[in-house]
Write a protein that binds this ligand. Structure first.
Ligand code: FEO
Length: 391
């Protein structure tokens, strides 16, 4: 297990997690990686660590370059445990190292680990740390996506180390994005934004504004692959689009169904939308995971939700999806709901509640029918879709 040089004297010493498939509820079919970076300069600096089960792999990679006892600084850009839970193992080896983090990071570290004998230096936006030939500078990016989040920038290398920002959950063959199929890397970046950073568009804009003033030719995030050359600009543009709520002429239909009535309605809506040249994705919650749906939803203009009624409730997978979607706070959408009921029609009003909470436009009233939709019902439903697409 060797470290991999990404710039002169800067090494990837992270770990690929090939087998993880569930990242706190976010399904990651391609695994992930926990990226840490070792900088060899007059002061040896480690930027972030890895998830605790990979501590030994991190230390082995560090040892392939340098004795870990020589580490002077350990930068903690973010306290979430996928990046910080190997800090105790690293600091056990290198007791003299100083941890660099912001005030939120310091407080949060103390709530995760016994930091009583850690040397911690607190930094804030604009602060710098000279490590020899290089000067590291820090920009706090609070709530992107935790209160303690910050990024580290190295002017001399034009290198940005943004931790979670610009990451992707993928254990890729190569650590460099352009040595993998790029469509997959961008798809995973989109999925990552949709499932992790979607609730924070303002914070994303703030960070992008700061980055505009920095000369960057490489972005090395804490998950997935490293962006270089043209990709650096491209991924920032995509972040700007996603945070802006820029939509395609596209709809996503998300449904669950008991005996096929709601599914029949979903198919009818799909046909109507297609007749208006609107791209449609149809997602049955029985088969498709919520993470995949959120990735589809991020640039969909129309969010169309359908469900049946069970025991005077909406179906449990739909309840789970609505909860997940509401937490991720999608914005700038047009919503429409539909469904089938037996004797508890009012229950389907619950499908409208997230639209209200998320300030979606709802120009057309929802559509429900009892038991199985008739031809007349489906015609009425399609007429509602005709109205909807005028928006
Ligand atoms: Fe990759 Fe917010 O942790």
């Amino acid at each position: 297990m060797k470290a991999q040089e990404i710039k002169k004297d800067i090494y990837f010493v992270g770990a690929k997690d090939w087998n993880i498939r569930d990242f706190h509820g976010y399904k990651v079919p391609r695994g992930t990686s926990y990226n840490a970076y070792l900088i060899i300069d007059e002061k040896i600096t480690l930027v972030d660590t890895v998830k605790a089960p990979f501590s030994q792999e991190l230390l082995t990679k560090i040892k392939s370059i340098i004795d870990p006892t020589k580490i002077d600084y350990l930068i903690c850009n973010h306290v979430e445990m996928d990046h910080s839970s190997s800090m105790p193992a690293v600091l056990e080896q290198t007791k003299n190292a100083t941890v660099i983090t912001d005030m939120q990071g310091k407080n949060s570290l103390a709530q995760h680990y016994d930091t009583s004998d850690w040397k911690i230096e607190v930094v804030k936006t604009g602060d710098t740390l000279n490590i020899g030939k290089r000067t590291l500078s820090f920009v706090q990016t609070p709530m992107l996506h935790w209160p303690d989040s910050m990024v580290t920038y190295i002017e001399q290398d034009k290198l940005l180390l943004p931790n979670d920002g610009f990451g992707q959950h993928i254990a890729a063959d190569s650590i460099f994005a352009n040595e993998n199929p790029m469509d997959i890397i961008f798809e995973e970046a989109k999925s990552y934004y949709a499932n992790i950073l979607f609730p924070f568009p303002k914070q994303t804009f703030n960070a992008l504004e700061v980055l505009q003033n920095l000369e960057i030719d490489m972005i090395a995030p804490a998950h997935g692959c490293i962006w270089q050359k043209d990709e650096v600009k491209k991924i920032q543009e995509l972040y700007n689009d996603w945070a802006s709520g820029k939509n395609e002429n596209k709809a996503v239909i998300i449904y669950d169904t008991m005996w096929g009535s709601t599914e029949k309605m979903a198919r009818s809506i799909e046909l109507e939308l297609e007749s208006h040249n609107i791209k449609v994705a149809v997602k049955n919650l029985k088969e498709v995971d919520v993470s995949e749906i959120m990735t589809e939803l991020i640039d969909s203009k129309y969010v169309i939700i359908g469900c049946s009624v069970l025991n005077n409730q909406i179906l449990p997978k739909m309840a789970g999806f609505l909860n997940y979607m509401q937490g991720l706070k999608p914005h700038d959408k047009i919503g429409f709901s539909f469904g089938s009921y037996g004797w508890a029609k009012g229950v389907l009003d619950q499908l409208q509640q997230p639209f209200e909470a998320l300030n979606f436009e709802t120009p057309v009233d929802s559509f429900t029918c009892q038991y199985v939709p008739t031809e007349e019902d489906l015609n009425e439903l399609q007429n509602k879709i005709k109205e909807l697409v005028k928006k």
